[in-house]
Design a protein around this ligand. Sequence first.
Ligand code: XMP
Ligand code: MG
Length: 191
Amino acid sequence: MADGSWYDADIDHVIISEEQIREKTAELAKQVSADHADVDGGILLVCVLKGAVMFMADFARALGNHGPSIEMEFMAVSSYGQGTTSSGVVRILKDLDRDITGRHVVIVEDIVDSGLTLSWLMKYLQSRQPASVEVVALFRKPDAVKVQVPVKYVGFDIPNEFVVGYGLDFAERYRELPYVGVLKPEVYARS
Ligand code: XMP
Ligand code: MG
């Protein structure tokens, strides 16, 4: 467990450490840049807010080390509300700001859980005629999958537990944690 910050009191155990995230992000960036070395127009990253915000910031900088030209777009979709189980209903809270026709798109996702959100998002983006769409997801819960989605780049497969930190929240809290962990049961009980 990391170093005595206030939030450590609410964390039962760490699943993926800050250092593991850093190393994996560098690896993923290397792969994505190698696979997009010759594409026209560079890479258009599409970050899925809010959960992927930390990963987007770190991944984009890691990718920048390899030299491809990068543009960033942000979308916000909602499938969860305040709870911890997927509703399967996806709402667009914030759409793309520009046309992605003919562009090489990489969706930057925090976590693939049921896959419902991503499956919907891929269809939505593909309907806009990009040159390609790939997905990089930092985390995936293989035991939770309800729809198979072709996620080309996956950071870590993690157990089927609700996790917080590094962008992931419980009721909008804990996003700022530098690692990913599981909350103590009493945290749910008191909310
Ligand atoms: P699905 O189930 O559609 O997941 O693949 C969609 C979104 O739900 C969020 N999600 C989580 N957020 N801890 C969180 O804080 C979790 O364990 C978790 N599992 C899923 C996440 O935003 C994902 O993109
Ligand atoms: Mg997400």
